[in-house]
Design a binder for this molecule. Structure first.
Ligand code: PA5
Length: 478
């Protein structure tokens, strides 16, 4: 069944405006129409490459079908979430990277910015935390504010072998067991269907844990629209069907191999062209506190997918641009000076919001002080939008490339669109670069080195390799 009316969906369409990337606005600092035409074939090939592989689990392309193939899972998640909301005071995600950034981002985007501080009646569900690190101070801080026996812990790990997540699990499991709590009553596993270590742990408990499957063909950073993100979102009372409908809507918008019609392909082409020009920093700057963590989520998606040493042909390419998180207007008073006057090595992507859902009028007062008085009678929404427009304009005038993703408002449907567009953009860009977008050998190497340093069996050679690295020279320590 279609989500809301066609008119509503069209009114909620997320669009991309890349005028300030083009020579029409930027003169010789911009991209010309002929440069765009020159990339047409490459963009079409990238579109075909991604399109041909849609849904292929063996190529980690299962994420393209998540908006369509989860009806039964969504029903199950909604029923489970209802129980959790009744039974538990706290909901804590244990995970890291792709298993944590998505749930944090959606929480930040679609819930009250002070959700956990709201009185229970207004909060309408459990307090929510994502434990995305192994900083002992952070874990202690969490334990100081939750009551573990009244907490549902969602352990999210595809492999069940990620040291950070499993350390969090061991600590919490020990605490619960010492309190006489049956782990399976307070924990839900989201993991691989049969291979992950969480499955082995569940086996030891006779299969008593509630489990959700992180599908085979869905990598961590592309997993927000599967149970990894859907369960935490549903527990928060977020409209998960709306998120999936938004993703499907964006998928339909991006169904043509044509830069002028497909916003994800347009963004990928812009990124590709600017990469070739040596612009190797890509700033994502949402003008919305609700989208602050979107920049974190996107940075991982882009960095882990596009930062690759070799291409498919085995050539060393060291591909990638460095994603940078920024927040409008806050970072106007921190980073924008550099963006406007520093090296020409950046592309700035703004996310602009048309309707913030609340205007926040600015009171009149102090008319005799012009720097203050002129603000009276305006609204904060007007102010943030004016500053967004002014920053894009100032960058353009300084010959700095920038483009804007326009969101009519921040809701489940538009967020689903935005996520899916950025995922498609990443897949197209990877295809243009001829790299494997879906692996992460660098991250895996780091994981192995950690195993070796902590004495994990089977990593003795790695430990020897690390120990044989040249000793640190005192003269370089100051
Ligand atoms: O995107 C990725 O693949 C990674 O960031 C993983 O999500 C992260 O390393 C956690 O892995 P796992 O889900 O196996 O615990």
């Amino acid at each position: 069944m279609a989500y809301k009316t066609k008119e509503w969906r069209n009114a909620m369409r997320v669009t991309v405006d890349y005028n300030y990337m083009m020579s029409r606005s930027l003169g010789d600092k911009g991209i010309t129409d002929s440069e765009l035409r020159a990339i047409k074939d490459k963009a079409e090939q990238a579109f075909d490459y991604v399109n041909d592989k849609r849904g292929r689990d063996d190529l980690y392309m299962g994420w393209t079908e998540l908006p369509y193939n989860q009806d039964a899972i969504v029903s199950d998640i909604l029923a489970t979430a209802k129980e959790i909301r009744k039974k538990f005071k706290y909901f804590v995600v244990l995970g890291i990277g792709g298993s944590a950034l998505g749930p944090s981002m959606v929480f930040n985007a679609l819930k009250h910015l002070h959700h956990n501080e709201l009185p229970p009646k207004l909060r309408g569900g459990p307090k929510f935390y994502v434990e995305d690190n192994v900083d002992p101070v952070r874990m202690q801080a969490l334990l100081d504010v939750i009551e573990p026996e009244k907490t549902c812990f969602n352990v999210i790990s595809k492999s069940g072998a990620t040291s950070e997540t499993m350390a969090q699990f061991l600590i919490i499991a020990d605490i619960l067991e010492k309190k006489g709590v049956n782990l399976a009553d307070n924990m839900i596993f989201t993991t691989d269907a049969c291979r992950g270590n969480l499955i082995k742990i569940d086996d030891k408990f006779g299969g008593k844990f509630k489990k959700y499957v992180l599908p085979d063909g869905v990598g961590g950073r592309f997993s927000e629209l599967c149970p990894v993100g859907l369960l935490p979102a549903a527990v928060l009372g977020i409209d998960i069907k709306g998120m999936l409908a938004g993703a499907a809507y964006m998928d339909s918008i991006c169904s043509k191999p044509n830069i002028a019609k497909n916003p994800a392909l347009a963004c990928a082409a812009l990124m590709y062209i600017t990469m070739q020009q040596g612009k190797n920093i890509h700033v994502l700057m949402p003008y919305s506190d609700n989208l602050k963590l979107m920049a974190d989520w996107y940075c991982q998606l882009w960095a882990e997918s596009i930062g690759k040493a070799v291409d498919y042909a085995g050539n060393t390419v060291n591909a990638g641009t460095t994603p940078v998180k920024s927040l409008g207007v806050t970072d106007q008073h921190s980073q924008v000076q550099l963006y406007i006057e520093g090296p020409y090595d950046k592309v700035i992507t703004f996310i602009s919001v048309k309707n913030y859902g609340t205007q926040m009028p600015i009171a009149y007062g102090y008319d005799d002080i012009p720097d203050v008085g002129f603000l009276g009678g305006h609204t904060m929404q007007e102010l943030i939008q004016a500053e967004n427009k002014a920053t894009a304009y100032a960058l353009m005038r300084a010959g700095r490339m920038n483009y804007t993703i326009n969101m009519p408002e921040v809701n489940a449907f538009t967020l689903g669109q935005l996520m899916f567009m950025l995922e498609l953009q990443t897949a197209y860009a990877g295809a243009m670069l001829g790299i494997d977008t879906f692996n992460q050998p660098g991250v895996e190497n780091g994981k192995k080195a950690t195993f070796a340093l902590l004495g994990k069996k089977g990593y003795e050679n790695k430990k020897r390799e690390i120990d044989s690295a040249p000793p640190l020279d005192e003269k370089y320590i100051v």
